[in-house]
Design a protein around this ligand. Structure first.
Ligand SMILES: [Fe+2]
Length: 420
């Protein structure tokens, strides 16, 4: 009888605290945190000592927090901050807990919770010095996210040693469609719970439900990214990972013009300061829109396809990439994989920057839409299937490899550098 009385008291405490009692919860001290959805790790400026943990809920949570510990170590707590956005009359609550003061090169466990509810423990690894691998996915926007799900699953299964993953913008087809965000997050689970995610914003993140351009509030709330010292936090940012400095830009200056006509000027000034400040051996820039104009295959073109034409966006940025010796620039948006000859001063130059247009990972395909560009050194097999990339960093080399969904490698480029 005593046993049942204890059970009833525990259940009453859980219910009073707003938690649904679940006997299957791993930790018998807590009820299951059923309100927590899309639990994720998000990249921080320094992954060796910090990590951002985020999740969503349909209701406001009381006492939201993340807990973390080394394997078998003492449990520490980080309170979570709440934010929200409303789409189609529905309010979504987004929680961020920032874990700081972590030990480099260490295995941790973390979980999220509120009141007397907790999720199961998840694994988390901090960065150490040395080699690493990252996964890079092009545009995942889809009408049906099952293909994206399969590609992400396969890429992660084939690269369990990846330290983090990147998505190059246009994560979803419509930035205000919650069903698409839910499909995107579900497709990258459990990868996004296990390793941090570094997002890049694309133009589709700015589209509202009636396909007008809107301020991309859902995207900017769903990903709490390293502060950049400007008022444009979460739009562009940078982070370091074991000797590589990644600078992530917001290429949507046209779409954002009605909200911030000074975005390009502000971002250029920030970019110069960011690249000047880093002492990292390697510099990689990630941005959604590409640098080249591509001629249509079966449509009239306003320029000679035999010439290399740079976009107005690229004409402002490429001199900065040249000045600061950026090693590689990854782009997306055109749904085709093209690696270019190294470019410097708007011309082929073996000492220049490697520009890779990363391809397509979602269901929106532009089969045979673009002509080959004179600057293209390699492209994906035609007509294009989905693809993803890996980045492997060693002491003296950065290697980008491009992969088809069946695990076939179709392109590889290695950038070497002896100096530290
Ligand atoms: Fe795009």
């Amino acid at each position: 009888m005593k046993k049942y009385l204890k059970y009833l008291i525990v259940m009453a405490v859980f219910l009073a605290a707003g938690c649904a009692f679940n006997a299957a919860t791993a930790d018998k001290n807590f009820a299951a945190a059923d309100e927590v959805t899309h639990l994720r790790q998000v990249i921080t400026a320094d992954s060796s000592t910090s990590r951002t943990i985020m999740w969503q809920a349909d209701e406001a949570l009381k006492e939201p927090l993340a807990e973390y510990r080394t394997d078998g170590g003492e449990i520490k707590t980080a309170a979570a901050e709440a934010a929200d956005f409303t789409v189609d009359g529905r309010k979504i609550y987004v929680y961020t807990a920032k874990l700081t003061g972590l030990e480099a090169g260490t295995s941790y466990q973390y979980r999220a919770g509120y009141e007397a509810c907790r999720t199961d423990w998840q694994t988390m690894q901090t960065a150490s010095s040395g080699d690493f691998k990252a996964l890079i996915f092009p545009d995942s926007q889809s009408s049906d996210y099952s293909g994206w799900h399969k590609l992400a699953d396969t890429a992660y299964a084939n690269n369990k040693d990846a330290a983090f993953f990147i998505n190059m913008g246009d994560l979803v087809d419509n930035g205000y469609d919650l069903s698409q965000w839910n499909a995107w997050f579900s497709s990258v689970e459990p990868m996004i719970a296990n390793i941090p995610f570094a997002p890049v914003m694309g133009n589709h993140e700015t589209y509202t439900l009636d396909w007008q351009v809107g301020y991309p509030t859902p995207y900017l709330t769903l990903f709490n990214l390293p502060a950049n010292g400007s008022e444009n936090t979460n739009q562009y940012y940078s982070f370091d990972y074991n000797g590589v400095h990644f600078t992530v830009l917001n290429s949507q200056t046209d779409e954002m013009a009605e909200f911030n006509p000074n975005l390009m000027a502000q971002q250029l000034e920030w970019l110069r300061n960011d690249l000047a400040a880093t002492g990292a051996k390697w510099k990689v820039v990630l941005m959604h829109k590409d640098i080249l104009r591509y001629a249509f295959t079966d449509r009239p073109n306003s320029f000679d396809p035999a010439t290399v034409q740079f976009t107005p966006w690229a004409q402002q940025l490429m001199p900065v990439f040249d000045e600061f010796n950026v090693d590689a620039v990854l782009t997306a948006h055109l749904h085709t994989y093209r690696r270019r000859v190294p470019l410097k001063n708007f011309a082929a130059d073996s000492s220049g920057t490697t520009y890779i247009l990363t391809g397509v990972a979602g269901s929106v395909r532009y089969a045979n839409l673009w002509q080959r560009n004179p600057a293209d050194a390699a492209l994906a097999p035609q007509p294009e299937d989905a693809n993803y990339l890996t980045l492997e960093k060693t002491d003296n080399a950065l290697t980008f490899k491009a992969w088809l969904p069946d695990g076939t490698e179709f392109d590889s480029v290695t950038i070497t550098k002896e100096r530290s």
